[in-house]
Design a protein around this ligand. Structure first.
Ligand SMILES: Nc1ncnc2c1ncn2[C@@H]1O[C@H](COP(=O)(O)OP(=O)(O)OP(=O)(O)O)[C@@H](O)[C@H]1O
Length: 215
C-alpha cells in the first residue's frame, strides 16, 4: 500500500455557539488506528464528517501528504472509505444489489463473485437475495461493512461501526481493522464499544468547552 498521511491542523468547530473542539492538531499515517472518543454530543460525528469532506464550516486546515486537501480533494476522496452512523442500506434492495449500488456510486463495476465473497466474509452467506428491509439491524450493518472488503481504500473513516453487531461480529471486525492497519492502511473510528487492544491504537478524547486530550 502506498504511504500516506492525513493531518488536521488547528481544527476548530462550533455548533449553535458551543465549541466542540478548538485548535485540534493530529496526524494519521498508514498503519495507525485513531479512535475519537467523547460523550454524546461532544462532536465525534461532526469531526468524522469534516475529515471525510462532508462538512466545510470549520476553522483550520486538513492536509493530505504535503498538500492542503482543498487542492487535492479528488485524490483524497479516492483514497478514503467513509461508513456513517446509519448503515445506509437501501431497504428494497437485496445485499447483493446494495453492494452493486455502492460500487456504481464509487464508479466501480466489480463482479457478482466478489460481492458474494464479501457478503460471506461478513457472515451473510445465504442472505444475499433477501431484501434488506427483512434483515435484522445487525445484518444490515454487516451489509454496510461488506464494503470494507469490496472497496480497497487505504483510509477508513468509520462512525460507530460496531453498532448492532454481535460478539462474534465484533471480534471479526476488530481483526479486520487490525489487518487493514498491518497492511499499511489506517482507520479513524468512533465507538462506544470497549475495543480489544488494537495494534497501535491512538486516541483523541473530545470534552467540554472545546477541550480535547490526545493520547
Ligand atoms: N447540522 C447541525 N446543526 C446544528 N447543530 C448540530 C448539527 N449537527 C450536529 N450538531 C450539534 O453538534 C453537537 C455534536 O454532534 P455530534 O453528532 O458530532 O456528536 P457525537 O459526539 O457524535 O455524539 P454521539 O455520541 O451522540 O453520536 C451536538 O450538540 C449536535 O446537536
Amino acid at each position: 500500500m502506498v504511504s500516506f498521511r492525513l493531518q488536521g491542523c488547528q481544527l476548530s468547530c462550533e455548533r449553535d455557539g458551543r465549541e466542540l473542539f478548538r485548535d485540534l492538531d493530529f496526524d494519521v499515517e498508514g498503519g495507525q488506528i485513531l479512535r475519537i472518543e467523547g460523550p454524546n454530543g461532544s462532536g465525534k460525528t461532526t469531526l468524522l464528517k469534516i475529515l471525510s469532506g462532508q462538512l466545510h464550516d470549520f476553522d483550520g486546515e486538513l492536509r493530505w501528504g504535503d498538500q492542503p486537501i482543498a487542492r487535492v480533494r479528488d485524490h483524497y476522496l479516492a483514497n478514503l472509505l467513509y461508513l456513517g452512523h446509519a448503515p445506509g442500506v437501501k431497504a428494497s434492495l437485496t445485499p447483493l444489489e446494495n453492494l452493486a449500488w455502492y460500487q456504481a456510486l464509487a464508479g466501480v463495476v466489480g463482479s457478482e463473485a466478489a460481492r458474494m465473497t464479501a457478503l460471506e466474509r461478513v457472515g451473510l452467506g445465504g442472505f444475499e437475495d433477501v431484501p434488506a428491509a427483512q434483515l435484522s439491524a445487525g445484518q444490515q450493518r454487516r451489509v454496510a461493512l461488506a464494503r470494507l472488503e469490496l472497496t480497497p481504500r487505504p483510509l477508513w473513516i468509520l462512525d460507530e461501526p460496531f453498532t448492532a453487531i454481535d460478539k462474534q461480529g465484533v471480534e471479526a471486525l476488530e481483526r479486520r481493522l487490525l489487518a487493514h492497519a498491518r497492511r499499511g492502511g489506517s482507520v479513524i473510528l468512533t465507538t462506544h464499544h470497549d475495543l480489544t487492544p488494537l495494534g497501535e491504537l491512538r486516541r483523541i478524547r473530545l470534552g467540554e468547552g472545546g477541550r480535547h486530550v490526545i493520547q
